[in-house]
Design a protein around this ligand. Structure first.
Ligand code: ADP
Ligand code: ADP
Length: 228
């Protein structure tokens, strides 16, 4: 469970990006954060793994303040998928996926098994793709690797910041299906930032609608009242 208690973030230039945010995201839930550009979605997301420090309030994961976790442990336990496809260009697909498991000193055989399992889960044949470089994959394939890399060390929480917005509509729909499937299968807590209302409605167990740094509404997609 991720619990925001009166969380605020003011940047050093005075911008109040997030104001007194109260929100609970349940274990295994996919929460879609939606709202216009600049409403505070990315700031909210990045506060969860302390890429951004709140300037007010507190955030708890599993009832423990995130400041009480070892920072590496917190980052390992919160897989992060960015909008830009951010694979390391000079590393193979396999090497990209295994960064965190290697850092965590998993056994070599466990890591190998994990790579195959994850690649198969998103339809990338390990025998074909394991040793390829990122630039030998399509954009959609690369972002699939981005998604499974975030899952590699089996984190409890996955943070996704407009992960599919750079992809063409068909690839995008395939990846949305992948995420839905992954979430059913592995029951992770996912916080998913998007400015696309259709994507939020299709993916979210609940949707959190933000405006000007504040929550307007949090509800199941079918209950959401859309403000023009
Ligand atoms: P802080 O105010 O928390 O110290 P930084 O100066 O470290 O933030 O900026 C973090 C990132 O956000 C930088 O890449 C910066 O270019 C970018 N950034 C700065 N100002 C803005 C803004 N007004 N809107 C969006 N991004 C910004
Ligand atoms: P969203 O993800 O919804 O587009 P952000 O969380 O990126 O919104 O930004 C919220 C507000 O904070 C915006 O007004 C943005 O310009 C501002 N902002 C974001 N990053 C910075 C920064 N590093 N420094 C100053 N202002 C920022």
């Amino acid at each position: 469970m991720i619990h925001f208690d009166n969380v605020g973030k003011s940047y050093s230039d005075g911008t109040e990006a997030v104001k007194a945010l109260n929100l609970t995201i349940e274990n295994g839930e996919l929460m879609a954060l939606i709202g216009p550009s600049g409403c505070g979605k990315t700031t909210t997301l990045k506060m969860i793994n302390r890429l951004i420090e709140p300037t007010a309030g507190s955030i708890k994961i599993h009832n423990k303040d995130i400041r009480e976790y070892n920072i590496h442990e917190l980052r390992w336990n919160t897989g992060y998928v960015l909008q830009e496809i951010a694979l390391f260009p000079h590393m193979t697909i396999e090497e990209n996926i295994t960064i965190v498991p290697e850092m965590r000193k998993w056994k070599k055989s466990d890591i190998n098994h994990r790579v195959s399992e994850l690649m198969e889960m998103v339809g990338l044949d390990p025998a074909t793709f394991r040793k390829r470089q990122p630039d030998e994959l399509s954009g959609g394939q690369q972002q699939r690797v981005g998604v499974i890399r975030a899952l590699a060390a089996d984190p409890d929480i996955i943070l996704m910041d407009e992960p599919f917005s750079a992809l063409d509509p068909i690839t995008r729909e395939q990846l949305q299906n992948d995420v839905r499937h992954l979430q059913k299968e592995i029951k992770k807590t996912i916080v998913f930032v998007t400015h696309d209302i259709d994507e939020a409605m299709a993916l979210g167990d609940r949707v959190c609608l933000m405006k000007d740094g504040e929550i307007v509404q949090v509800d199941k997609p079918q209950q959401l009242i859309l403000h023009p």
